[in-house]
Write a new protein. Structure first.
Length: 590
């Protein structure tokens, strides 16, 4: 009782500590998460500004290329001139209204660089943004149609509209003014395409002419990458500076220490450019933003110094873990002491049972000895009612003393260490005579219960076994038959010698079969468990539930086995006893 009270007090003290520690740790973690999100939202303006700069750069490219193409009526000459004079142009492309590549021709593609472009041109042209693929001209500027899903492994172009509505409107006004008509001619569509070729993402500017032919300009990757890097800052203002100072040049803030860092990575997550400074650039990014048109496969990443994040106080976690450890330690100590106490109690009971059983064997032996002496003395008396009465009473004494001796032997078998095979004393034994003697012990009780008992023995010569083990097993099996087989039933014993199927060694096999109620399939695994009774009702036969346990342990101590067979010839329960027979090559178990 004091131990239970102590355990209850420990639980009452530790449970609030565990709950308080968990709530505190959860509150601190939630606060840290909210502060991190607010900081990410605040600093994400850096990513938005950088992204806007990149978008404006490609807008300037588009305006420049449209102006260059609008100033000439000879597309071929214009494309060649752009390649020679404009460093942003890598290759010009001209495709007629039927999708046939007109320029560049094979003669225009010389050198390894041109060969790489020539190999990729067919796929690039097939995936060019046609009018049916372009966004509606009424959509907002910068619509991204590349966000449509694609099949795995498919190389898909990324297409962006560039001021299509504006271009269409301007072309319509010019055509109406020159022709003197109110009808608007077909619009001129302008779009961006992202294509993967060679060393990475490539950007293509497309313009569809009124005759539905298409002009494309492949931008030089190294050039637009250099232009992007030149737009990005060398050193951002420190996060701790007031807004009034953030507009100053970078040189004015050179002594400030930036507490965040922005990285630009390409489609393969390779670092392109990084500005700012932080002591922990390898931390997961606080915020990310994909670059807008036409370079959506690139990404800006914002890293921040750990000093800007709120510290996580470990004490609530330590408190929670300490409370949990205290609870577990208390429970473990209680369980350990309880188990030790139960083990000591069980050991004392086993020791007491063993001592009592050993003490009972001596008086039982004397009772049987003097019973046999009394029976021999009665043989010298004259026949008469007194002699008959004494003989019957001595038979009862002898029967009950044998029963008590079997119980004592069973108790000693139970307290023997499991699996121990000591105590087996094999000797040449007439098995048929042994079984006949065991049956004779049960003849009176079987006759009073009107249970027939038949035996068939096929062992015609003595064999080397331990007769005490055979007697212990059969006595327990026949006792169960006496208890559970109904009046008028029967029991059949079959004894024979067989060869082991695995080793070929001789074995003694005894079958005990009856026509009783049998044992259900769900109860077969319980019949050999100690202190397990299939029927614990008041009307059930008396017993302790250790008979079959004792019988199986005795059989295994002999090196054999006692098993319940799944099929019965007479509809009841059938038990099979197998014992090895000692030979010159098969010594007795020790």
């Amino acid at each position: 009782m004091p131990r239970r009270l102590l355990l209850a007090l420990l639980l009452l003290v530790a449970a609030p500590l565990v709950l308080l520690g968990w709530l505190s740790a959860r509150s601190v973690e939630d606060s840290r998460q909210r502060a991190t999100e607010r900081l990410a939202a605040l600093l994400s303006t850096r990513l938005i500004d950088a992204d806007r700069e990149v978008g404006e750069l490609f807008d300037r490219y588009a305006d420049q290329l449209q102006a260059e193409l609008a100033e000439t009526s000879n597309i071929y000459a214009a494309l060649k001139r752009l390649r020679r004079e404009n460093p942003i142009v890598r290759q010009g492309i001209y495709v007629d209204s039927d999708g046939v590549q007109i320029f560049p021709t094979a003669a225009d593609m010389n050198g390894s660089d041109e060969a790489e472009v020539a190999a990729g041109l067919p796929g690039l042209i097939d995936a060019r943004p046609l009018p049916s693929r372009l966004p509606d001209a009424s959509d907002a500027r910068g619509s991204d149609v590349s966000r449509r899903p694609s099949l795995p492994g498919m190389i898909r172009p990324v297409v962006f509209e560039v001021a299509a509505a504006k271009a269409a409107g301007s072309a319509g006004k010019a055509a109406t003014k020159s022709a003197g008509r109110s009808q608007t001619p077909p619009p001129t569509l302008v779009a961006w395409q992202q294509w993967y070729l060679g060393d990475g993402a490539q950007i293509v500017f497309w313009k569809q002419l009124p005759d539905r032919s298409t002009v494309g300009i492949l931008l030089d990757r190294s050039r637009w990458m250099a232009d992007i890097i030149s737009l990005l800052p060398d050193q951002p203002p420190a996060a701790t500076q007031p807004p009034s100072q953030r507009s100053r040049p970078a040189s004015a803030n050179a002594d400030a220490t930036p507490l965040f860092q922005v990285s630009l990575v390409d489609e393969s997550k390779r670092l392109i450019y990084r500005w700012g400074s932080t002591d922990e650039p390898n931390r997961p990014p606080l915020a990310t933003r994909n670059v807008t048109r036409p370079l959506t496969s690139w990404q800006f990443r914002l890293h921040t110094d750990g000093d800007l994040l709120p510290d996580l106080n470990p004490w609530p976690m330590y408190l929670s873990l300490g409370g949990i450890g205290l609870v577990l330690l208390s429970i473990g100590a209680y369980v350990l002491t309880s188990v030790q106490r139960q083990m000591r109690l069980a050991q004392s009971r086993v020791s007491f049972a063993g001592q009592v059983s050993h003490e009972l064997r001596t008086p039982l032996t004397n009772i049987r000895l003097f019973t046999e002496l009394a029976e021999s003395d009665l043989a010298n008396l004259q026949e008469g009612p007194a002699k008959s009465s004494l003989v019957k009473r001595l038979q009862v004494i002898d029967h009950e003393s044998k029963r008590l001796q079997r119980l004592v032997t069973g108790v000693l078998e139970m307290i023997r260490p499991t699996g121990k095979q000591s105590g087996v004393r094999t000797r040449p034994t007439d098995v048929c005579e042994l079984i006949s003697g065991i049956i004779e012990q049960f003849r009176p009780s079987f006759a009073s219960a009107e249970i027939s008992l038949e035996s068939r023995c096929e062992c015609d010569h003595p064999i080397a076994i331990d007769p005490d083990v055979v007697e212990m097993v059969l006595v327990n099996l026949l006792s169960n038959v006496e208890k559970y087989v109904p009046q008028g039933g029967g029991c059949w014993l079959q004894t024979e010698t067989v060869a082991d199927q695995a080793t070929g060694r001789p074995q003694l096999r005894v079958l005990v079969d009856d026509d009783g109620p049998g044992i259900g399939a769900t109860d077969r695994h319980r019949v050999f468990a100690a202190f397990q009774r299939l029927d614990d009702s008041i009307s059930a036969p008396s017993g302790t539930g250790i008979g079959l346990t004792i019988a199986r342990r005795a059989a295994r101590r002999h090196g054999g086995e006692l098993a319940l067979l799944s099929k019965s010839k007479h509809g009841g329960a059938t038990f099979e006893l197998i014992l090895p027979i000692q030979t010159a090559s098969n010594p007795a178990p020790k």
